[in-house]
Design a binder for this molecule. Structure first.
Ligand SMILES: NC(=O)c1ccc[n+]([C@@H]2O[C@H](COP(=O)([O-])OP(=O)(O)OC[C@H]3O[C@@H](n4cnc5c(N)ncnc54)[C@H](O)[C@@H]3O)[C@@H](O)[C@H]2O)c1
Ligand SMILES: [Zn+2]
Length: 248
């Protein structure tokens, strides 16, 4: 597993990098991904629970699933993959981190600028009036009621069928159009429009590198792939960028 030669040859000229992360980067922190055995909870597929209809028809069930996921997160620590991205932010002149993750581990690791295009599971707001709500995050007895309007409080994540936060996605999209290198790491590339970002970057002339132990729906568009874990793959790329900076 090494950085592809074509990328290594140009690494000293790379000034603008966009990284798109998915659940796979947090797998090594013990946070389950959505695909594969571990993603299942009480035999439900995530798509069945992560949507507004499921929440309105069975608020307690959906709230309980989030309580379970928050509990898993309460012990999770960032791993070497998250930390490699903190280093990359320091090394690269124009660096943009776009995450589909809702776990907040990039910020815990020390990344200062993170575009959270699917929200954050640690925050909540009212489904009815949209005001932010402070709740006991480990509460598992159904969703609380909003203090202002009595509406149901829900996690501040983007559910299937809901629009993305326009500002964050727009910023990620603009960064994708101007970058030299786009890295998709730990994402299956099946959730749109997030999965369109690497294609946008590639169409604008960027080198597209995929880091994932398995091939994905994005693989056929990739200019190069590191079939490795997020921690090994990102450490490798940061080392290559750092050595590119030090060479004459
Ligand atoms: N940690 C989280 O915040 C979290 C967890 C589960 C799901 N989600 C949500 O799930 C949606 C699903 O899309 P997704 O593409 O992010 O995840 P996904 O579950 O669809 O895919 C995970 C990908 O990670 C890869 N992977 C597994 N272990 C890895 C490792 N050690 N290193 C690198 N890659 C590894 C898998 O091969 C797979 O391609 C997202 O919208 C996200 O909001 C978030
Ligand atoms: Zn309200």
């Amino acid at each position: 597993m090494t950085v592809p030669d074509a990328l290594r040859a140009t690494v000293s000229r790379i000034r603008r990098v966009v990284v798109l992360t998915g659940a796979g980067i947090s797998a090594e922190s013990g946070v389950p991904t959505f695909r594969g055995e571990q993603g299942l909870w009480k035999q439900f597929r995530p798509e069945e629970l992560a949507n507004v209809d499921a929440f309105l028809s069975n608020p307690s069930l959906v709230w309980e699933w989030y309580a379970y996921r928050r509990k898993l997160l309460s012990d999770a620590q960032p791993n070497a993959g998250h930390r490699a991205l903190v280093q990359m932010e320091r090394l690269v002149e124009d660096f943009v981190l776009v995450t589909q993750n809702v776990d907040g581990l990039h910020q815990v690791a020390g990344s200062t600028k993170v575009l959270e295009i699917h929200g954050n599971i640690r925050r909540n707001h009212c489904q009815h009036c949209r005001r932010p709500a402070q709740v006991d995050l480990l509460q598992s007895e159904g969703p609380p009621k909003c203090d202002y309007c009595g509406g149901l409080v829900r996690p501040s994540v983007v559910w299937f069928g809901e629009p993305l936060p326009m500002e964050a996605f727009g910023e990620g999209d603009r960064a994708a159009r101007r970058c030299d290198l786009f890295i998709a790491v730990g994402t299956s590339g099946v959730v749109y429009p997030a999965a369109s970002l690497p294609l946008t970057a590639k169409n604008a002339g960027a080198y597209f590198l995929e880091i994932n132990p398995e091939s994905t729906d994005l693989s056929r568009y990739a200019d190069g792939a590191l079939r490795a874990s997020a921690s090994d793959g990102l450490t490798e790329v940061v080392t290559a960028i750092a050595s590119g900076r030090n060479s004459p």
